[in-house]
Design a protein around this ligand. Structure first.
Ligand code: SF4
Length: 135
């Protein structure tokens, strides 16, 4: 008699609940590594808020790291326990590779939050890249 493999949703559900339990167990054992990381994936911004120490112009790519560097950062942080990535800037939607970075974090099993000034067309990104709450 052949053994029936677990269905995908069962496996997904087990993994989804296993991760927080493991994190909590590690916390009880003294692990205080961060669970949230704020990634400033660009300093570029299309606005010029007077109080902001962070932004440059939308076309200033000085010191901007490429996709591979950010996905490697995500991998490293995920291995160290980070499960929530907040992608911010600058204005993160100015990066053409934003969907790739978001998808990479989500593929690892992490949650993603996008901190945007809302002036760009976020709809050009895949609806699966992030969710917008409906009012
Ligand atoms: S929108 Fe944000 S990143 Fe851009 S200038 Fe204003 S505070 Fe700075």
């Amino acid at each position: 008699m052949s053994r029936t493999p677990k269905s995908t949703w069962v496996t997904d559900a087990l993994e989804l609940h296993e991760r927080p339990l493991i994190r909590y167990a590690k916390w009880l054992l003294g692990d205080r590594s961060p669970i949230v990381a704020y990634l400033k994936i660009t300093k570029r911004c299309n606005l010029d808020c007077y109080y902001c120490p962070w932004h440059t112009t939308p076309t200033d790519f000085t010191h901007e790291q490429d996709t591979a560097v950010w996905t490697a950062h995500i991998d490293t942080l995920f291995e160290r326990g980070v499960r929530i990535f907040v992608l911010e800037g600058g204005e993160p939607t100015l990066r053409q590779d934003l969907p790739v970075i978001l998808a990479h974090a989500q593929a690892r099993g992490a949650h993603t939050i996008l901190a945007t000034n809302g002036t760009g067309s976020i709809w050009r990104f895949s609806p699966t890249a992030f969710t917008v709450a409906e009012s």
